[in-house]
Ligand binder design. Structure first.
Ligand SMILES: NC(=O)c1ccc[n+]([C@@H]2O[C@H](COP(=O)([O-])OP(=O)(O)OC[C@H]3O[C@@H](n4cnc5c(N)ncnc54)[C@H](O)[C@@H]3O)[C@@H](O)[C@H]2O)c1
Length: 545
């Protein structure tokens, strides 16, 4: 289909004709799912995956089955941990430099063979190629960062003891052992193997449970890591039903790295707490954007499109609440709506579409329910509003809702789809209070021409990341700085030093010098006083560093 076939659609919720999103102008890519996911590819990627059952995944573009995959039972998870545990000590004994070299080779391979994984990401998630590409970039940048910086991050640190001449103290970073990693479907490369890279380079083995719907992408990256030099046994993958095998992973891991919903994350945290193992939790969000009265309205509208609709809004940092100062609201909404209506939806394995599909019928159901309920309670559809079965079974238009108020679900619950609600404010304090009025605290965005004001407001927002004059900073923009959530959006951070040190345990080794200690016992009073005075002087001279 082409632009000429652009259709005006009917809002499922309101029955009014509101949408104008054209179908992608790009011709349907010549490759189909059958060309990409061949029996040979499936056999190659699932080699070594422990699983006696069978499961399948599907393409959101068409709903067709992509692959039959192994399904792991609890005993298969146990076997995966046994293999990983046996392989981990030799990997941990490999010099950091050699481990880091694997990441650098992986970086090169990912860039050389990115077209393969772009196809897989698109076929498994239904996202536009542009957004699949951002994910590939993010993983490449992360591999390069940790490949180059691992030695510095993991280097032993020397400390002096309280009496420096007597004690030499070394702080080491020991791998935790076998990491249990549980990943969602929305960024199947970045949040699976991408997140595991710092775990590997710090000497751990990993047992990963990707989401089955996007398992081929994770398996492709595993294959590439092995080609880059990672010992195969160090990286085990299990596949299957989350509530069945997820807890089995948590039950055996030395540390759990979880990305997914807040509800599941809480369950994972409780199970890990019972075993006294650490967790990092990257969870949901209901992220706000503030457009202040001095914002560049044109740029803010452009930024809002990226922030709200990238990956069809199925992005943890996606903006779902937009607070606009009343004095610029009309100008902003006009521009934002025009850009949104011009977005091209598409399902081809080619560039050209601005937005792809939702991942599944379940996601589409949440989106249509949230929109329908809001409209029923008085919300106004400014753009979009409708599902688009004419393009694919789970497509939905990018949607802007106005006149939104509680108790509509869109106000408080994470939609995780291409739906954003508009609110107007007149006072900065009011905007900050509204932005913070959520259990979540993942991402926030502020638009203002006054940078100092932006930073002042950022400090008042309870969000792990605050973007000023940007709404959506792709991960590769910030690989050196920590990313994660406050409040119900999570615990711990990815990226930067926190993103690698969490996979290690600090170990202090204090070495005493083998010199004869002063014979305090048996000294006469005069000698004892002189000895104590010398010791005290040494203590005072010592400066804490
Ligand atoms: N903060 C972040 O960085 C980030 C990134 C991406 C997605 N997310 C969040 O993830 C959610 C969407 O992902 P989802 O729907 O796949 O989440 P989900 O919680 O349903 O599933 C995440 C993973 O956990 C597994 N799982 C399910 N039940 C489990 C259990 N009881 N124990 C252990 N594992 C279990 C699933 O199979 C999947 O692999 C959204 O809320 C989104 O905001 C957060």
């Amino acid at each position: 289909m082409t632009d000429s076939q652009a259709s005006t659609t009917t809002s499922a919720a309101s029955g009014t004709r509101v949408g104008t999103n054209p179908v992608a102008a790009a011709p349907v890519g010549a490759r189909t799912a059958a060309d990409v996911v061949t029996p040979e590819v499936i056999a190659q990627l699932t080699r070594g995956v422990v699983g006696s059952g069978r499961t399948a995944n599907h393409s959101p573009f068409t709903g067709e089955k992509l692959a039959d995959l192994p399904e792991s039972a609890p005993e298969d998870v146990e076997a995966a941990f046994v293999r990983a545990r046996a392989a981990q000590p030799a990997w941990a004994a490999t010099p950091v430099r050699a481990r880091a070299a694997v990441l650098l080779r992986f970086h090169d391979l990912v860039l050389q063979r990115q077209s393969e994984v772009l196809d897989l990401i698109q076929l498994e998630t239904g996202k536009a190629r542009l957004h699949a590409h951002e994910e590939v970039q993010a993983v490449a940048v992360s591999a390069r960062h940790y490949g180059r910086r691992a030695v510095a991050y993991l280097k032993p640190k020397r400390h002096t003891g309280v009496v420096p001449t007597l004690t030499k103290v070394t702080e080491l970073r020991q791998p935790r052992g076998v990491i249990g990693q549980i990943a969602p479907w929305n960024y199947p490369l970045e949040l699976s193997v991408g997140d595991a890279l710092p775990a590997f380079v710090s000497g751990n083995a990993v047992v990963m449970k990707p989401d089955t719907e996007t398992a081929l992408t994770a398996l492709w990256a595993r294959d590439l890591l092995i080609e880059a030099g990672l010992p195969a046994e160090v990286f085990q993958v299990v596949l299957g039903v989350g509530p069945v095998i997820g807890p089995e992973v948590v039950q055996r891991a030395d540390y759990v790295s979880f990305t997914g919903s807040t509800t599941t994350g809480r369950d994972v945290a409780l199970r890990a707490a019972a075993r006294l193992v650490g967790v990092s939790l990257e969870l949901g969000g209901k992220n706000p954007m503030l457009v202040l009265e001095d914002a560049d309205v044109e740029k803010a509208a452009e930024g809002a499109v990226r922030a709200c609709f990238s990956s069809a809004g199925q992005l943890c940092i996606s903006i779902e609440r937009l607070y606009v100062h009343a004095s610029v609201a009309d100008a902003f909404v006009e521009r934002f709506a025009a850009r949104t209506k011009a977005m091209r939806l598409g399902n081809s394995l080619a560039y050209g579409a601005d937005m792809g599909s939702l991942v599944s019928g379940r996601q589409l159901e949440t989106v249509t329910q949230h929109v329908a309920e809001a409209v029923e309670k008085g919300a106004v559809v400014v753009a979009g509003g409708a599902a688009r079965p004419d393009i694919g079974p789970y497509f939905h238009e990018p949607t802007i809702l106005d006149n939104v108020q509680e108790p509509m679900a869109v106000c408080t619950q994470e939609t995780f789809g291409p739906v954003v609600s508009l609110y107007r404010f007149t006072d900065e304090d009011e905007a900050v209070t509204l932005a913070n009025a959520t259990p979540y605290g993942l991402n926030a965005s502020i638009w203002t021409k006054d940078a100092r004001r932006g930073h002042r407001i950022a400090a008042r927002l309870r969000a792990g990341t605050v973007n000023i004059n940007e709404g959506y900073a792709p991960a590769y923009g910030s690989v050196q700085s920590p990313m994660g959530g406050m409040k119900d959006s999570g615990l711990g951070r990815r990226h930067g030093s926190e993103g690698i040190l969490k996979y290690t345990e600090a170990q202090t080794v204090a070495q005493q010098r083998l010199i004869p200690l002063a014979p305090a016992f048996g000294m006469d009073d005069e000698k004892y006083a002189a000895f104590m005075s010398r010791s005290l002087k040494a203590m005072k001279a010592f400066r804490l560093r």
